[in-house]
Design a protein around this ligand. Sequence first.
Ligand SMILES: O=C1C[C@@](O)(C(=O)O)C[C@@H](O)[C@@H]1O
Length: 252
Amino acid sequence: MSCVPVRGCRIGEGRPKVILPIVERTEAAILEKAAAFSTLCADCVEWRVDLFDAAADPGAVVRCLAKLRVLLKEKLLLVTLRTKEEGGSIPVSHEGYLRFLRTVLDTDCADLIDIEFFTAGTDLPALVQDAHTAGVKVVCSSHDFHKTPPKAELVSRMVAMHQAGADLPKLAVMPQSRADVLELLAATAEMTDHHPETPVITMSMGPLGAVSRLCGEAFGSAMTFANPGTASAPGQVGLDVVNAVLDSLQLN
Ligand SMILES: O=C1C[C@@](O)(C(=O)O)C[C@@H](O)[C@@H]1O
C-alpha cells in the first residue's frame, strides 16, 4: 500500500494511525480536550466542527482552529464538518459547505480535511486541488448509518474518490448482519490488494462492526477512530483497548 506522509506521520504504512475525535460544543471545552489529547497515545485529533455551537460563525471557527493548532503540538489535526445528511449535527447548504472548506484551508492550521464525497459532488476535484495547494491532505468520506452497500459498490466509491484526487478515501457503514461486516472488510482487502496506489480508511459501525476498527493493519484500513471518553460514532472502542489490540495485531 502506498502511504500518505503528513509531517512525521506515514499514513498507510505499518500500524494504523489512531484518531481521537473532539465532540465538545464550546470553545473552552474544545481547547481543554485538545490540551488533554495532546499527551495521549494517538496520532491525530479530529475536530468535529458541526458539534461546535458557533459552527456557523467563520470568525469563531478560525479563532478556535488557531488555538487548537498550538495546543495539539505535533499531533495531526483533521477538520471535519459532518453534514446532517451524513450523520452530523447541522444542515448545511452546498454553498455553505464549500465556503466552510475554503475558510479552513485559508487558515493554514489543518493537516487533513474531511470532504464528503456526495456533498461535494462535482466540486470534489476542484476542492481537492484547493486543499493540495494549501498543503492539506484530503480524507474523502461517505457514511451510511442504515446499511452496508455491496462490496462492488464500496470499492467503486473508494476508487472514484481516489480518481477525484483524494488522498484517503474513507467509508463508514452500518452492518445489519455479520455478513455486512465481512462485506466491508472484503472491500477494504480488495482495495489493499488491487488498488495499492491509495491507502483507505474504513469502518463498520455499531457493536457488531467494532472488530473492523481493530484489524486495520491486517485488512488495510490506514486509520481508526478511538473513543477517548465520548464517542463520535457508534461502536468506537476505548483508546487504551485500541492501542493494546493494534500493538498485538502488528504484522511486523
Ligand atoms: O467519519 C468519521 C468516522 C466516524 O463516523 C466513525 O464511525 O468512527 C467518526 C466521525 O467522527 C468521523 O468523522
